[in-house]
Design a protein around this ligand. Structure first.
Ligand SMILES: Nc1ncnc2c1ncn2[C@@H]1O[C@H](COP(=O)(O)OP(=O)(O)OP(=O)(O)O)[C@@H](O)[C@H]1O
Length: 320
């Protein structure tokens, strides 16, 4: 079997404000290969969006970004403004939570798709637009082309956003909470679509979500973030089959059965710390049911364990 091509390679990503020495994102490394779908998961404030937006240099200048980010082997942090503009929308595309606010309400689906297909010769645009709609599972595509966003359901709008993102034939698709605004059945369909597209188009998909429940079915690997650090990572089956980090276990305990209500962590007191409240040592220790004295003073490294994943907790035994 050939080794999959690495599309996004983030190494030791550290993000700080200009006024604080404490990093918001601390030495995070994430790799996504062609054809695979990888999740960044964690509660609100864990650094998921900062990490994913940094990979396309979409963060404000007030934040300082250090580390290495490579996209198809090219250093994102060294790209010229012109190269960055070329890359966004071609090599890499992002879809966000609210398709309705990303689509232009006064333009038809056709106009918006044609704009995304600006590199395609005029004679081929209609066929290309119809093919994109077909790829994202839209039925009756000729009718949809004539419609305006307000005539589409939420799930349909999100599929159109994905079609627009695919127009540039990206190697990387970043989906930031792409289904939070949708009902549970439609969420599942859109996430299944993303994973299918990753495989069929040999595309790398980075899925950003606070919801571990939706990761299980739709991602090949998962990175669990807590307060700007990766606390556990590995193949989804490994992390789900036997979560090692107390935080991942708490996340599992918080997965509700079916409702899409906002999720809290009933088994854990408190919230993710902010810059002002960031503890020393393991950043999770004030909420951890297993914390010992050393957890408050020294940071556990991310180490490979015998289950095939990696975890950052003093309770996880590293493989020699
Ligand atoms: N521009 C900024 N300046 C200062 N702090 C910021 C900035 N953007 C984000 N942060 C802080 O960085 C931390 C991580 O934010 P981030 O948006 O990445 O979290 P998240 O996991 O994506 O959460 P959510 O699910 O709520 O979007 C939070 O504490 C947030 O307040």
């Amino acid at each position: 079997m050939s080794i999959p091509r690495t599309v996004l390679d983030i190494r030791d990503l550290t993000i700080r404000t200009r006024t604080s020495a404490t990093p918001l994102v601390d030495a995070v490394s994430v790799r996504v290969s062609a054809g695979e779908s990888v999740a960044l998961v964690g509660e609100s404030g864990s650094g998921k969006s900062l990490t994913s937006l940094a990979s396309l240099r979409l963060l404000p200048d007030t934040l300082q970004v250090r580390g290495t980010i490579e996209l198809d082997g090219e250093s994102v942090l060294d790209m010229s403004p012109q190269r960055l503009r070329e890359v966004r929308g071609t090599t890499a595309a992002v879809i966000f939570q609210e398709p309705m606010s990303s689509l232009n309400p006064v333009l038809t689906v056709q106009t918006q798709l044609y704009e995304a297909l600006r590199g395609t010769p005029r004679a081929g645009k209609r066929a290309a637009a119809l093919e994109l709609l077909d790829q994202v599972g839209i039925t009756d595509p000729t009718r949809r082309l004539r419609q305006y966003p307000h005539e589409l359901s939420g799930g349909m709008s999100q599929r159109i956003m994905i079609a627009i993102a695919l127009a540039g034939r990206p190697s990387l698709l970043i989906a930031d909470e792409p289904t939070t605004a949708l009902d549970v059945t439609i969420q599942a369909q859109v996430l299944e679509l993303l994973q299918r597209l990753a495989r069929e188009l040999d595309m790398a998909v980075l899925l950003v979500t606070h919801d571990l429940g939706i990761v299980a079915e739709n991602c090949d690997r998962v990175n669990v973030l807590y307060a700007g650090r990766i606390v556990e990572t590995g193949p989804t089956d490994t992390v789900f089959g036997n979560p090692r980090h107390p935080y991942t276990r708490a996340l599992f305990a918080s997965i509700p059965d079916v409702d899409a209500a906002p999720r809290r962590l009933p088994s854990l007191p408190g919230t993710v710390p902010t810059l002002a409240t960031m503890p020393d040592g393991c950043r999770f220790h004030p909420r951890c049911p297993l914390a010992e004295a050393r957890c408050a003073v020294s940071t556990p490294p991310l180490v490979a364990h015998d289950g095939g994943g990696e975890g950052a907790c003093w309770m996880i035994g590293a493989v020699a």
